[in-house]
Design a protein around this ligand. Structure first.
Ligand code: GDP
Ligand code: MG
Length: 196
C-alpha cells in the first residue's frame, strides 16, 4: 500500500488543551495536568484511508505559544492545521483568530479547522455559539467542539482535516503531492533542530 505523509499542526494559545488533544488522539490518554514539559516536536500516527497508508506527523507548539517565537519551519509544508481555543476563555478565542491571521500571513495554504476545546465544562462556557458560527461562516472554516478530557469529537476532527486535504484530488494527485515526502519533512526537522 502506498505510504502518504501528512504534516498536521495544533495551534492556539497556551493551556487551551493542544497537548491533551494530541495525547488523547495518539494514545487515548488524558494526563490531568499542564504538559509544558513534554519536550517533543511531533508525534506520529498511522492508519488506512482511501486505500492509502496514511502517516500523520502531528506537531504541537510546546511552550512556543507566542506568535513570534514560532519559527517559519513550524508552518512550512503543513498540510492541515487544527486551530484550538478554550470554550471557557474568551481571550483564547481572540488569540486563535490572531493565529489564523498569522498563518495566512506566512503564506500557508494548509486546510484549516477550528476546535473549541473543553466542551465538557458546559456550565463555564463563555464563547457564544453565535460568535463562533459567524466567524466560521465568514472564514469558511469547519468547527468542532471537542473535549480531550471526555474524548469528544477528536477522532472526528482529525478525520475531517484528512478528508479536506484529500477532497477534489485524484489518487494520482495524492501520490504525487504526498507520497514521497517523508524524507523531505524529516530533513526539514533536522535542519530546524540545528538552528535552535
Ligand atoms: P496546551 O498548553 O494547549 O498544550 O494545554 P494542555 O494540554 O497542557 O492543557 C492545559 C490544561 O487544560 C490541563 O490542566 C488539562 O488537563 C486541561 N484540559 C485540556 N483539555 C481539556 C478538556 O477537554 N476538558 C477539561 N475540562 N480540561 C482540559
Ligand atoms: Mg502543550
Amino acid at each position: 500500500m502506498e505510504e502518504i505523509n501528512l504534516k498536521i499542526l495544533l495551534v492556539g494559545d497556551t493551556c487551551v488543551g493542544k497537548t491533551s488533544l494530541l495525547l488523547r488522539y495518539i494514545d487515548d490518554d488524558f494526563p490531568d495536568k499542564h504538559l509544558t514539559t513534554i519536550g517533543v516536536d511531533h508525534l506520529l500516527k498511522s492508519f488506512e484511508f482511501r486505500g492509502f497508508n496514511i502517516q500523520l506527523q502531528i506537531w504541537d507548539t510546546a511552550g512556543q505559544e507566542r506568535y513570534r517565537s514560532v519559527t517559519n519551519s513550524f508552518f512550512h509544508n503543513a498540510d492541515g492545521i487544527l486551530f484550538v481555543y478554550d470554550v471557557t476563555n474568551q481571550n483564547t478565542f481572540e488569540g486563535v483568530k490572531n493565529w489564523i491571521e498569522e498563518s495566512e500571513k506566512r503564506g500557508n495554504n494548509a486546510k484549516k479547522i477550528l476546535l473549541g476545546n473543553k466542551c465538557d465544562l458546559k456550565h463555564k462556557k463563555k464563547v457564544s455559539d453565535e460568535e463562533v458560527n459567524n466567524y466560521c461562516e465568514e472564514n469558511q472554516m469547519d468547527f468542532f467542539e471537542t473535549s480531550a478530557k471526555e474524548n469528544i469529537n477528536i477522532k472526528e476532527a482529525f478525520e475531517k482535516i484528512i478528508k479536506l486535504i484529500f477532497t477534489d484530488k485524484s489518487d494520482e494527485e495524492i501520490k504525487m503531492l504526498y507520497g514521497v515526502r517523508k524524507s523531505n519533512l524529516t530533513t526539514y526537522l533536522e535542519k530546524d533542530d540545528k538552528n535552535r
